[in-house]
Design a protein around this ligand. Structure first.
Ligand code: SF4
Ligand code: SF4
Length: 180
């Protein structure tokens, strides 16, 4: 076996070992919540998230949004029908509704770029991350958070062992996160 292949195999082995260790210290995300909620006056996802069916980019208010909410509610696209942020699913406190907290939470699948489920945090309005800082800090003691800011801005928060693991993944697969 060539020297570089051997080094690669050793690095992969070390990474798997580190991942197992990190999972022992920080179990996969388990989100238990309260009963599901209604959106009420919140319309954050209609601005923060992209909706391909209506050519709506991220961070731009949807052209169908009006004073009463969605102007095409009965015929709204499938991705709008099926989307529920974590707050709506009953996770987090009542007062953490995205328009009040300043951030909207979703979650990656188990097979995210980091090989584990992570919280994805979208800033709801400028200054939203700052407003939500105590909540984000508390969560980041045990979980890896992907902070999605305006444009392609991404930041990671989390405990040191998960950040170190994520940095190793990022050094190989940086472009993967561009589509988060
Ligand atoms: S961000 Fe959540 S609570 Fe707000 S409108 Fe969207 S699904 Fe409803
Ligand atoms: S189509 Fe309606 S539900 Fe979907 S993003 Fe636009 S306003 Fe919101």
């Amino acid at each position: 076996m060539s020297e570089s292949r051997r080094e690669r195999r050793l690095a992969e082995k070390a990474e798997k070992k580190a991942q197992k260790k990190s999972e022992r210290h920080s179990p996969p995300l388990k989100l238990r919540g309260l009963p599901r909620r209604d959106c009420g006056a919140c319309t954050v996802c209609c601005t923060s998230l992209g909706v391909p069916e209506v050519n709506k980019p991220r961070d731009i208010e949807c052209s169908h949004l009006c004073g009463q909410g969605c102007g095409i509610y009965e015929s709204r696209p499938e991705s709008c029908r099926v989307f529920d942020c974590l707050w709506k699913q009953g996770i987090f406190e009542t007062e953490h509704r995205p328009d009040q907290l300043g951030v909207l939470f979703t979650v990656t699948g188990q097979g995210s770029a980091f090989g584990r489920q992570c919280l994805v945090v979208h800033e709801a309005w400028p200054g939203g991350f700052e407003n939500a800082r105590p909540v984000l800090q508390h969560l980041s003691e045990t979980q890896l958070l992907i902070l999605v800011g305006e444009g392609t801005s991404r930041r990671l928060l989390g405990p040191p062992h998960l950040l170190a693991q994520a940095q190793r993944v990022l050094s190989r697969t940086l472009p993967v996160l561009q589509g988060t």
